[in-house]
Every structure is written in C-alpha cells, then in structure tokens.
Ligand binder design. Structure first.
Ligand code: ADP
Ligand code: MG
Length: 274
C-alpha cells in the first residue's frame, strides 16, 4: 500500500474476555496472521503474564529482554519493545512473567489506567506504519485489561460456545460502559465471535441463537469451529494459517479478518478483495 494513503493511526483492538480458555490468544494470533495475509502490517501486544501469544509466535522467554511490562510500567517507547516475528508484517510486543505483578504496581500509580494508551497513541508510533494493533488480554478484568480497554478503539470478544458463556458477557459489557464513562468515551465493540463452535452439538447452536437474538449485529457472521489444527499450531510456534493453511481453522480466521476489515476500513477491504 503506498505510504501516502496508509492510515495515519493504526486501529487498536483489545481481545478481551475475563474468562480463561475461551480462545482469546488463539484469536489474537490467528486474526493477526490473517490480517497480515490480507496485506496489513499488524502488531500483536501480549499483556497476559502467561505469554502464550508470544510463545505461539515463536518468541521464547529468553528472547524477551523487553516486554509489554516495559511499555505499561516503565514508560518505554513501543518501538524499543516490539520485535519482528518470522512473518513479514507481523510484529509482537511480547509478555513476560514480570507482568504478573503489574496490577499491584499499577495500583499505586497516578494515570494507572492510561499507560498503554499513552504508549500506543504516541505520535512516534506512526513511523511504524501499522494498520492494526491487537492486544491479547489476560483472563481477568484487572488493571492490565483496563489499560487495554482504555487504549483501544474497540473490543473484540471471543465467546466460547458453551453453557454460561453469555453470563460472563454481561459483566464485560458493564466494564465497557464504565470505561466509556471514565477513560475512553469512544470505545466501541468490534464484535463478538463464537469460538470452539461445533455445529453437531446442540449446545453450540443454542449459544449461537441466544447470542444472535440478544446481541444482533454485534455477533460476527463468522464462527470459529472447534478444530484440532488450531490447538496444535502453537506447539509448532506458528499461526494455523502457516501450520495448516487449508484447515477449517485457517479458513475461519481468514473469514473473520475479512469481516473485521470490511466493517471499518474500505481501504483494507479493497486490498482483501484484490
Ligand atoms: P484464552 O487465551 O482465552 O485463555 P486460548 O486461545 O489459549 O484461550 O484457548 C484455550 C485452549 O483451547 C488452547 O489450548 C487452545 O489451543 C484451544 N483452542 C482455542 N480455540 C480453539 C478452537 N477453535 N478449536 C480447538 N481448540 C481451540
Ligand atoms: Mg490467553
């Protein structure tokens, strides 16, 4: 994409659900990879102390001298922390275990919910020419997650197709409303994506119907099927899109990326169609 028509500021999407094991990290890695396949430059910031997104993209713990901890707690510039992955156009701000103490440390600081926003919206970030910044959040509504929600343009919520899925969602919606009233009035909901969907399972169908009835267009048309290739790919330190490009999981994340781009960026939509 010629530089003069590149977006001035990257679109920042927080991938959030306070439940663990619902597909946040899987969605972060593979949506990022699918956006890159469409020609975008994408930074994935891992703010989960477990660092699964970092490992899943091949960045081992000993390669993480600087991490998102240094962005959120030490005020280090984004450009000093991020690393190029093995895939051109895909960058990572890795996590490390120091993040586990971030909440306690942030608790003592002024502007404690705004550190990540300040870093991501600093004018120097434009030089990185990013189209998207995705933030893989920890499984809680901690201060780290609040930092992500205050920094973001929108929230993308993976919803596991199982009983109780929608109950946790109302707590998240309340938090989003609070964030709009305090740190980030413009925070939008990018969409809710059903994950680990199994069309042969009545429960999946019920959760889907419930979600679509109650949340309408907020629910992406794309659903992410339960697909073993998706769970295997991280142990090969790859997105599923390169590990098994023709798998159902790859197809689903490509479709999700097309939905994300077509919802908000006509420019990217053209690229995707090309
Ligand atoms: P979270 O980041 O929300 O904790 P993960 O993305 O780490 O969730 O997913 C939890 C587990 O489920 C992981 O082992 C992952 O490989 C697996 N998983 C996630 N999505 C799928 C899917 N669509 N099909 C099969 N396994 C999946
Ligand atoms: Mg995770």
């Amino acid at each position: 994409m010629p530089d003069q028509i590149r977006r001035q500021a990257p679109r920042i999407i927080a991938i959030t659900n306070q439940k663990g094991g619902v597909g946040k990290t899987t969605t972060s890695i593979n949506l990022a990879a699918a956006l890159v396949e469409l020609g975008a430059r994408v930074l994935l910031i891992d703010i989960d102390p477990q660092g699964n997104a970092s490992t899943g993209l091949g960045i081992e713990a000993n390669q993480r001298k600087l991490s998102s901890y240094d962005i959120v707690l030490e005020g280090k510039p984004l450009k000093d922390v991020i690393q190029q992955t093995a895939w051109e156009g895909l960058f990572i701000g890795p996590a490390n275990a120091d993040l586990a103490s971030a909440d306690v440390q942030l608790g003592h600081q002024e502007r404690r919910t705004r550190h990540l926003r300040d870093a991501l919206r600093n004018p120097s970030v434009q030089a990185l020419n990013l189209d998207y910044i995705l933030i893989d959040c920890p499984p809680s509504l901690s201060l780290l997650t609040v930092n992500a929600l205050v920094a973001a343009d929108s929230v993308l919520v993976p919803l596991q197709s199982e009983f109780f899925a929608l109950e946790g969602l109302s707590q998240l919606m309340l938090t989003i409303r609070e964030i709009r009233n305090s740190g980030n009035a413009d925070l939008r909901i990018e969409g809710i994506v059903l994950t680990m969907y199994d069309a042969r399972n009545r429960l999946s169908l019920m959760v889907e119907r419930d979600a679509r009835d109650n949340l309408g267009d907020l629910v992406f048309r794309t659903v992410i099927p339960r697909n073993v290739r998706l769970s295997e790919a991280p142990s090969y330190a790859q997105p599923v899109l390169t590990y098994d490009p023709l798998s159902k999981g790859s197809e689903a994340y490509r479709a999700l990326a097309r939905e994300v781009t077509s919802r908000h960026s006509p420019l990217m939509q053209e690229k995707g169609a090309a």
